[in-house]
Design a protein around this ligand. Sequence first.
Ligand SMILES: C[S@@+](CC[C@H](N)C(=O)[O-])C[C@H]1O[C@@H](n2cnc3c(N)ncnc32)[C@H](O)[C@@H]1O
Length: 250
Amino acid sequence: MAKQNIYDNDAFFAEFKNNRGKELNFNDVIEAPIITAMLPELTGRKVLDIGCGMGQHAVQYAKLGAASVLGTDISEKMLAYAAEHNTAENITYRKLAFEELEEIADRFDVITSSLAFDYAQDFEGLMKKINALLADDGVLVFSMSHPMATAWDGVYDRFTRTETGERLYANIRNYGVEGVRHVRWVVDDYEVYHRRISTLINEITAGGFNIEECRESELPTEIIREHSDLFGGVIHRPDFIFFRCSKKRR
Ligand SMILES: C[S@@+](CC[C@H](N)C(=O)[O-])C[C@H]1O[C@@H](n2cnc3c(N)ncnc32)[C@H](O)[C@@H]1O
């Protein structure tokens, strides 16, 4: 199965680290508050964070009282950063692609993932692997790029703008064409997988989950207005989609 490890590319890693470290970034301003609000109580829980990257969420979950946090990721550079900057006694990092999750011989009360599943070629298969690692009364909470964002095929700009650069509307082209996108973004051949919303829902369900809650990225109007260069697109189309799921009873 295809596995891209773009975060170990020097230029891509440097760009991601730079953006993630800025005071205003999409992860901290949009993603983190929404996924945090969707989490169950973490006190005393065993947490698995898939695609943990540089470990910001792992530390957050440890601070929220998790008994232990296992962070897994495919990228050595991301994990090296995590091990240097985002540690705690009860956090373990492990290099493991999510295609190989069956190698984990453990079960978790809470499984999370932030913006990593865009890279999954086999999303339904991934859901099944996660299902097998989750305790029967466990909770899966994850975010990924929104289908209206992954539809972008790099041919036209993401937005149609006025002459002065203001975003008029989002260009959602080829939403109905699912599959891998090869676009130029920092590197010449950046790959993500595009699925329609109905496909995500059906594959989560086929993976053995009930969807308890779904959210899309949103921001207070003041923040959008104040930082319209960065966040002005949010009112036209969401960047991220979020799901909270429980296991289906057999
Ligand atoms: C956008 S970053 C998000 C990192 C982190 N979750 C955060 O919120 O800051 C996506 C992460 O997914 C990881 N990733 C991509 N493909 C993966 C795979 N096949 N298996 C495991 N991790 C993967 C990348 O290495 C990267 O760390």
